[in-house]
Design a protein around this ligand. Structure first.
Ligand SMILES: Nc1ncnc2c1ncn2[C@@H]1O[C@H](COP(=O)(O)OP(=O)(O)OP(=O)(O)O)[C@@H](O)[C@H]1O
Ligand SMILES: [Mg+2]
Length: 270
């Protein structure tokens, strides 16, 4: 088996292996991509919560990006949590030097429990400077609310908020519906031409650790090897759905999902 493409992941480490860089590498690898990394923070955590976060210096993040991609040129870049304005500016400076336009931003800002993960200043920088430089952003509902100041209670509100993100300079928005209380979850993909709603039955489980990181990495992998946007989102959402459905049940809290379910996906959707 050969690698289909090369992906650079810029994100934080999750010691429990279910989210962050670890989820990203597992996803990219199991979908046939070659993963490179620039680590933005080191967290000590498990399925029950986060114990500590050690941010990596912005210069060190920039070096990881530039030195690895100077040697092996990535076909696409996935960006996860960036904790400060300085880090965001360093990442912008570094990615300018890389040729690919396939840059996917998961604007991680708010933890599952509702806690804000990045500073107010960093949020503003992300809004004013980074969104415009990416191909796709994948906020969840609380993140879209924070970015647009639009309260989201239904799909119409999701569309309204996604439209506002387009006005702010985003090219494509996938607003994720994992936080909806309904029986069916709807993810909304929007750009200036199209609107597409992906609907899935909500799986009743507590094992949803890292669903967001996993989804953005899966979409990045599909885009990196030339699949169109709608197809990439559709396959990414299916991959996450199957991964939740077959989660191994590890840990005492919100357990990880099954990143190696791609074998089944390859058989079904290729
Ligand atoms: N219980 C569930 N059953 C089925 N699909 C789900 C469930 N929870 C989330 N998803 C799907 O997982 C994907 C990720 O969405 P979600 O809103 O959970 O991202 P997120 O909040 O960024 O995740 P994270 O907490 O990992 O950052 C979406 O496609 C969403 O529809
Ligand atoms: Mg998330």
């Amino acid at each position: 088996m050969k690698f289909k493409s090369k992906i650079l992941i810029i994100a934080g480490s999750d010691s429990s292996g279910g989210a962050g860089i670890q989820a990203d590498i597992k996803t990219v690898t199991s979908l046939g991509g070659y993963a490179m990394t620039a680590i933005t923070a080191i967290t000590s955590q498990n399925t029950t919560g986060v114990k500590s976060v050690l941010p990596i210096h912005h210069k060190e993040i920039e070096k990881q990006i530039l030195f690895s991609s100077k040697d092996i040129a990535p076909d696409a870049i996935k960006i996860g949590m960036l904790h400060s304005s300085k880090v965001i500016f360093s990442v912008i400076k570094a990615i300018k030097k890389i040729k690919t336009k396939k840059i996917i931003l998961d604007p991680v800002m708010i933890a599952k429990g509702g806690a804000k993960l990045i500073s107010k200043k960093a949020m503003q920088t992300l809004k004013d400077k980074l969104i415009q430089k990416t191909y796709l952003i994948t906020p969840n509902i609380p993140e879209a609310e924070e970015l647009t100041k639009i309260k989201i209670q239904n799909v119409e509100d999701m569309i309204h908020s996604a439209k506002r993100l387009l006005e702010m300079g985003a090219k494509n928005v996938l607003l994720k519906g994992g936080h909806q209380k309904s029986k069916y979850l709807k993810d909304v993909l929007l750009n200036k031409k199209d609107i597409k709603i992906f609907k899935n039955k909500k799986i009743i489980t507590r094992n949803t650790h890292g669903t967001g990181c996993t989804l953005s990495s899966a979409i990045t992998t599909f885009l990196s090897c030339g699949k169109p946007l709608i197809k990439s989102c559709e396959l990414g959402i299916k991959y996450v759905n199957h991964a939740i459905g077959s989660s191994p049940g590890y840990g005492k809290g919100h357990g990880p999902i099954n990143h190696i379910n791609s074998i089944e996906l390859n058989k079904k959707f290729k």
